[in-house]
Design a protein around this ligand. Sequence first.
Ligand SMILES: [Cu+2]
Length: 139
Amino acid sequence: MKHLIAAFCMMCGSVSAESYSLGDLTITDSFSYPTNGRSGAGYFKLTNDGPADVLMAVTANFPRVMMHQSLMQEGVMTMKHRMMVEVPAQGELEFAPGGYHVMFMGLSDGWTVGDEIEASLQFKNAGMLDIKFSVTARP
Ligand SMILES: [Cu+2]
């Protein structure tokens, strides 16, 4: 059954088949959308089977990489810079369009479907986890 779901998702093309684990932390569905511009965003789902942790930073081979949170304030969508994001114990943290996202800035080339964006997530307790964001078509 697990096999069938994986095969189906590869065909639908919007979900990354890869997952990445570090201790009690598991990252799935790490993806980005194509961009022609100077910046791009990365999204993922993080599941934590252990005690609370903190995502301290994301690093990648771009001039600037930050963690942002999109927020609706007085009817206007704004982005706030986050120095750290808490990972709840026995819980989930989602980076998704309209919420938390990794912001990659100063790109020299655009991203197209099929590209893989390498990045490292730095956790306070668990340490460093290398992942890739799969560039997938916008829904
Ligand atoms: Cu942003």
